[in-house]
Design a protein around this ligand. Structure first.
Ligand SMILES: O=C(O)CCC(=O)C(=O)O
Length: 275
């Protein structure tokens, strides 16, 4: 069996003594040709404040889409079919107005969001977003993907909501260090699967955390109760998150539409939705 660079990096990422050394090495040697556009689509965004909060807590809430950009992304979703449970060969048009769940599937994701949606490209190349990513990662960030997906309740054959790891706590190891930006594309209250973060779990991992990349809700509550942050928001509202933090999308009772961007030091090609 051959072990590739991605597998090695995933192992190093959870070793607290090695991780900073490896981050330094790769941030000095890796190059990015992902250039910022001249104009920002986030004139209100306070780079210093966001960066400070991400460093301290692992997330910051305070970025938001303009109405124009939001509408452009929603039009993209209206005009394109989505993959059923990530299967590129099985697609469906999702109504933007009718909440009714399609007869098959739980998660419906679009493809080619960066290639085919100009609003997505404007965010991916936004100078303020890239400045935050650069200062957080400590190098010129690589844009490793954008994604848009619907989350619906996970139903069993009788139509009853049933448990699924899709909506459980976990942390990502997409690289040695990485940063995501999320935007809600519909209003998200406690019924619509709010994103939940266990703050301040992004810096290092203890033995328990290394052994448990996934966590049950009761364990998360017991161990990290006062660090748990449930993020609700209106359509267009967003947040930065280092998803090396434990996090989850809550199992929704009603559908939720989310837009996500990811920046990292290395791009292993796993996070884009190119088709
Ligand atoms: O759907 C969500 O809110 C969680 C997304 C997630 O787990 C991730 O982006 O790593």
């Amino acid at each position: 069996m051959t072990i590739n660079k991605f597998q090695i990096i995933r192992k190093i990422a959870v070793i607290n003594i090695l991780r900073p050394i490896a981050i330094k090495f790769y941030s000095l040697t890796s190059k990015s040709n992902h250039q910022p556009y001249e104009d920002t689509v986030f004139p209100q965004l306070d780079v210093t404040k966001e960066l400070k909060e991400i460093k301290e807590n692992g997330y910051s809430i305070g970025i938001g889409l303009s109405e124009d950009i939001l509408q452009e992304v929603l039009t993209f979703c209206e005009e394109n079919e989505a993959c059923i449970d990530r299967d590129r060969n099985d697609r469906i048009k999702i109504s933007m107005t009718d909440d009714t769940q399609p007869s098959k599937g739980t998660v419906y994701s679009y493809t080619n969001t960066y290639k085919n949606c100009e609003a997505v490209r404007k965010i991916a190349h936004d100078p303020k977003v890239l400045e935050i990513a650069k200062k957080y990662l400590g190098c010129e960030p690589k844009f490793i993907g954008s994604q848009i997906w619907w989350s619906y309740p996970h139903l069993d054959e009788s139509g009853k909501q049933t448990k699924t790891p899709l909506y459980g706590y976990h942390y990502d190891i997409d690289d040695l260090k990485f940063l995501k930006v999320f935007f809600y594309l519909n209003d998200v209250d406690e019924d619509r699967g709010p994103h939940v973060i266990i703050g301040n779990t992004h810096k290092k991992k203890n033995y328990f955390e290394i052994r448990n990349r996934r966590l049950a809700d009761d364990v998360a509550q017991e161990k990290y109760g006062n660090q748990i942050k449930v993020i609700k928001g209106k359509a267009g509202e967003g947040f930065f998150e280092d998803t090396f933090c434990y996090h989850k999308g809550t199992h929704p009772n009603k559908r939720r539409l989310l837009l996500q961007f990811e920046f990292a030091i290395n791009d292993f090609g796993h996070q884009n939705d190119d088709n």
